[in-house]
Design a protein around this ligand. Structure first.
Ligand code: AMP
Ligand code: ZN
Length: 119
């Protein structure tokens, strides 16, 4: 069995576990966080199983670049206000001390009017 057989985000990306989908293409999947901190809070993940940012290398440069370019597009589409008065936060928790709970690489994208629940 591969790690992805036990991975909740692999299952979400495959459609085996339901999610509130924001975006999908052949490499990436985005969906609303189940416990949002902010009025807008979604996650962008690669479909391929990478445990965290600690495992990325040169071969992932294009994939990570696509995730970062997608973030502002989806942020606006999901209701974040425009920069600079609005904006959004991008966060990649990495490892136990980085506060990572789900070990499939993901970036949080959070925005919308303050106050937020956290952060
Ligand atoms: P992290 O601490 O960065 O690993 O955060 C994982 C995030 O995934 C948390 O904000 C959770 O609320 C979110 N999460 C966990 N399970 C699901 C799920 N089934 N659907 C949507 N979001 C989830
Ligand atoms: Zn996975």
């Amino acid at each position: 069995m591969s790690p992805s057989d036990h991975c909740i985000f692999c299952k979400i990306a495959a459609g085996a576990i339901p999610s509130c989908k924001v975006y999908e293409d052949d490499e990436l999947f985005a969906f609303h966080d189940i416990k949002p901190w902010a009025p807008v809070h979604f996650l962008i993940i690669p479909k391929v199983h990478i445990p965290s940012l600690a495992q990325v290398g040169p071969k992932h440069e294009a994939l990570l670049g696509r995730m970062m370019v997608l973030a502002p597009q989806l942020a606006l589409a999901q209701g974040c206000n425009p920069y600079p008065e609005g904006g959004f936060r991008v966060m990649a928790n990495t490892g136990a001390e980085g506060g990572q709970d789900v070990h499939h690489l993901h970036i949080h994208v959070m925005g919308g009017p303050r106050p937020w629940l956290k952060g």
